[in-house]
Design a protein around this ligand. Sequence first.
Ligand code: GDP
Ligand code: MN
Length: 354
Amino acid sequence: YPWEAPQPEMFEDEEGFNATRAQEDKVRATFVMLARNSDVWGAVESIRGLEDRFNRRYHYDWTFLNEEPFSDEFKRHTSGVASGKTRYGLIPKDDWLEGFPSWVNETRARAAISEMGKQPIPYGGSIPYRHMCRYQSGKFFRHELLKGYEYYWRVEPDVKFYCDIVEDPFVTMKRLDKSYGFVVSLYEYQATIPTLWQTTKAFIDANPEYVAKPNLMEWISNDGGKTYNGCHFWSNFEIARLDFWQGPAYSKYFEHLDKAGGFFYERWGDAPVHSLAAALFLHPNQTHFFSNIGYFHNPFAHCPLPGNGVKCACSTSTQDPPTGPAFETHGYSCTPKWKKLTGYKGGTPFAAHG
Ligand code: GDP
Ligand code: MN
């Protein structure tokens, strides 16, 4: 689906820094961070890093969400490094349950979780992690603090941004009419999602009107939709439209998944859930690769190739894991396939400089 993107408008700020102009009416957007009070120092590190590389010039709001009230310490330290407004939200009890949902068989869920906990699967035995994945999959975008925003940028504690971010990614999303932006894509552990694909297929078979034409089915399946190959966008970094999740296709899809119980009987992650939806319900060109955003979340990094003017503190040598190289050259990456299918031709159209 090759297409020509329009060029962004440039401006030079008081320090002579070239950047794209946040249109006259600034994009209504916020960073969103789900965190525990104990995450405070990792949160501060992520915020400080993103402020230094980007937000100190833009001052977008920061929205923090937690199923427990944020401590004064968490609020003080995070507000201290943010240049935009900071807002702290308590997650309603109905959206982050104390126990299992009423329709989930608790005995079966507990047995499955304890069984997965014996295998070498990240968070296989964790109940809180499952609540987190369910919340990120189906609930966060309905939090009242997110009302009124068009886009959000998900940020987690303890991530790094390696490069100057010279084009406002929110403006990019809006200018190019994108709904879902990513940096890293990779394969999911199949053991965490044995029935996610059959459950998804049942949904699209029953609701074919929600499936976009064209779509990225070929990205998520190597056999025409029989099986899921595990390709997903790494959702710890995510820039997206809130109304994509709030709309009928995704709302009904999440409801269908939730009722099937796989967030608890298995360990469905929000990354494959969001990605399957983006692949099936969006036009391929509505997904966007932020190739110039240098990013690290343990254990992988994406370091942009040199020559794009974004001034990165990371290595593009294949000899230097984990700070390099461009993750799409890694064998675990699904981005080469995404590039091929979307007719991607290099980074965001942008006048490189510096
Ligand atoms: P990983 O990236 O899959 O290793 O999972 P993380 O531990 O980074 O969790 C993903 C996101 O959810 C991060 O933003 C965490 O701060 C947040 N998170 C994880 N578990 C909890 C929890 O029990 N409560 C809250 N409030 N946030 C959580
Ligand atoms: Mn994480």
